[in-house]
Design a protein around this ligand. Structure first.
Ligand SMILES: [Zn+2]
Length: 312
């Protein structure tokens, strides 16, 4: 699984995880004149949870649209973190999420410890509509959480659920970004799509939602929300790649809207759970032709500002 080349374009011949790929990634951002990358959408989670996630990807199950989805970076945790450093990713996240009640607080404990031993990881936390959510969200914020992750599809909940209301209010007030997987890609859920998120934003217009995967496949509806609410952002995770373009292509006519929202689009990759090399995500952004200024903002500056990273 590791170290294979799939022979595509855009650097996909580069051996994954090898120094060749790292050199390619570094060359990408050095050329732009930025001090590295900030990747707001990477997955680190307790080892047995991650194994389960990988096993799920191996089954081509319905949550991933029944797609063939080989995990490119199936490596030990320390190797995955080391690889991001080799790539020159200055800051990343440990996106994790519960699929049932009474799991989020435990995940948050793990993530706090991971952030303590991984200084370049932005301390990440998660939540679920359940009694006590406001308490553990507050505790996570007090413990220094910098970003939250919500997964509407896997969690199978309505983000506008009454139980979440105080938690959203607290996060909006604290100005803490929430990366939310709320689009209906790669497969829809009962509560995916723009409508439930629109209800959340109607109540919490200052909430800093970061719509994962650029809202795929409801790209335009989520761009609408970003245009309407100036604290809404989008991450690029898997968008524009050959893989995604093959089944949920981004509508080309909407590209000028991505250009106009260039200060609110953030690099995300889904590392390590991606079916292609990391460099391919970067090249997929570059080939949009939105220019170097846009790439600098998306790949580094927007997130550096959002998370107040010290200039390198
Ligand atoms: Zn993800």
């Amino acid at each position: 699984m590791d170290g294979t080349a799939d022979g595509g374009q855009d650097g996909r011949r580069t051996e994954t995880g090898g120094s060749g790929e790292a050199a390619g990634v570094r060359h990408f951002w050095e050329r732009l004149g930025i001090p590295g990358l900030v990747d707001v959408h990477t997955h680190f989670m307790p080892e047995r949870v991650l194994r389960k996630v990988w096993e799920y990807f191996d089954t081509n199950g319905p949550l991933i649209g029944g797609l063939e989805w080989p995990i490119t970076y199936r490596k030990a945790e320390s190797e995955r973190a080391a690889l991001l450093r080799e790539f020159g990713v200055r800051a990343f996240t440990s996106m994790l999420y519960p699929h049932k009640p009474r799991m989020a607080a435990w995940l948050n404990d793990w993530a706090a410890d991971f952030a303590r031993r991984t200084p370049d990881c932005l301390h990440t936390a998660t939540l679920f509509p359940e009694p006590g959510v406001e308490t553990y969200v507050r505790e996570a914020v007090e413990a220094g959480a910098r970003v939250f992750k919500a997964h509407v599809q896997v969690g199978d909940y309505d983000p506008a659920d009454e139980l979440l209301r105080p938690a959203w209010g607290l996060l909006a007030e604290a100005g803490i970004p929430v990366v939310i997987h709320c689009g209906s890609g790669p497969a829809p859920g009962k509560h995916t799509g723009p409508e439930p998120v629109a209800r959340v934003l109607a109540r919490h217009p200052r909430l800093r939602l970061v719509v994962a995967h650029l809202g795929m496949p409801e790209y335009e509806e989520f761009l609408d929300l970003a245009e309407r609410y100036d604290q809404v952002r989008l991450d690029t995770t898997m968008a524009f790649t050959d893989f995604t373009e093959g089944f949920m292509p981004f509508p080309r006519h909407a590209l000028p809207r991505c250009a106009a929202l260039g200060d609110r689009i953030l690099l995300g990759s889904d590392f390590p759970n991606i079916p292609y090399p990391y460099l391919h995500q970067l090249r997929a952004l570059e080939r949009l032709g939105l220019g170097e200024e846009w790439l600098r903002a998306v790949c580094h500056d927007n997130a550096a500002q959002l998370f107040a990273l010290r200039s390198a």
